[in-house]
Design a binder for this molecule. Structure first.
Ligand code: SAM
Length: 242
């Protein structure tokens, strides 16, 4: 099987997982991945950097529930949300309705979708979506993000973050132990589904490897803006500082 076919299969399996939005919604609702704190840090950046106007592309927006709260009351002019999951996008349309700006939603694989974008944005937000790509694809995606960001633009990556001395397997095991102990309101059968999904599809980077991928693609500054208490998930700012 060639790698394009394998990638197609992988994307299809991820899409099927996130078509069942209720399971992931329970994680957001109970703040098991520290969405509240992470998106509060996103909001702070938007308020600080874009006091008058900005546009946003969101890659893997899911139901956009946290994004809608983060951008509400900020001078967002145009929002373009992308996701694989049609059910998540349907909910995203409803959640974003409270935000007064031009809005578009596009279903599809973010890796392919970004190639079709022919305009620039001040903000690109990738919320727990980039870690589904292996490093080589992350690198190409970062290059494409770089090409469609305005000169004062920022890329905000919310993702699982491996410790510098941790292998993928060790990170996933630590992640699973935390999840099994802390996700009390997620039924065991759903926890098992998450375990299967994570072990099959998650490729978290370390801060250092993500920084290198960003630098290789023309970005000059990366900064960790938030790391959650179990040190599993964080918010990374990536930009071109002139
Ligand atoms: C863990 S959820 C995160 C949702 C939301 N951004 C958040 O911060 O909670 C990952 C989302 O990324 C989407 N996703 C995963 N791989 C994708 C891809 N290749 N293209 C587009 N969306 C993708 C999934 O459908 C899902 O909605």
């Amino acid at each position: 099987m060639n790698s394009e076919v394998r990638n197609g299969d992988r994307v299809q399996t991820v899409r099927e997982f996130f078509e069942q939005w209720d399971a992931y919604d329970c994680i957001i609702e109970n703040n098991y991945m520290f969405h509240r704190e992470i998106y509060a840090a996103v909001r702070l950046q938007l308020q600080k950097r874009f006091p008058t106007s900005y546009t946003m592309l969101e890659l893997g927006c899911g139901d956009a529930s946290c994004t809608a709260k983060a951008v509400l009351g900020t001078p967002l002019r145009h929002y373009l949300g992308n996701d694989l999951s049609s059910s998540a996008l349907q909910i995203a349309t409803r959640n974003m309705a409270a935000v007064p700006c031009k809005q578009d939603f596009k279903q599809g694989d973010l890796y392919e979708f970004i190639k079709t974008i022919d305009r620039r944005f001040e903000v690109i937000l990738a919320g727990f979506s980039m870690h589904h790509l292996p490093a080589e694809r992350k690198s190409k995606l970062l290059g494409r993000c770089r090409n469609i960001l305005n000169h004062d633009g920022i890329l905000l990556i919310l993702d699982p973050i491996r410790r510098i001395d941790e292998t993928r397997q060790e990170f996933l095991q630590r992640w699973w132990e935390n999840c099994d102990a802390a996700w009390a309101k997620v039924p065991p059968a759903n926890r098992a589904l998450f375990r299967e999904h994570i072990f099959a599809h998650d490729y978290p980077e370390t801060l250092q490897s993500m920084e290198k991928l960003a630098r290789d693609n023309g970005f000059t500054r990366t900064k960790l803006l938030y790391l959650d208490p179990p040190q599993l998930h964080g918010l990374l700012l990536v930009e071109i500082k002139t």
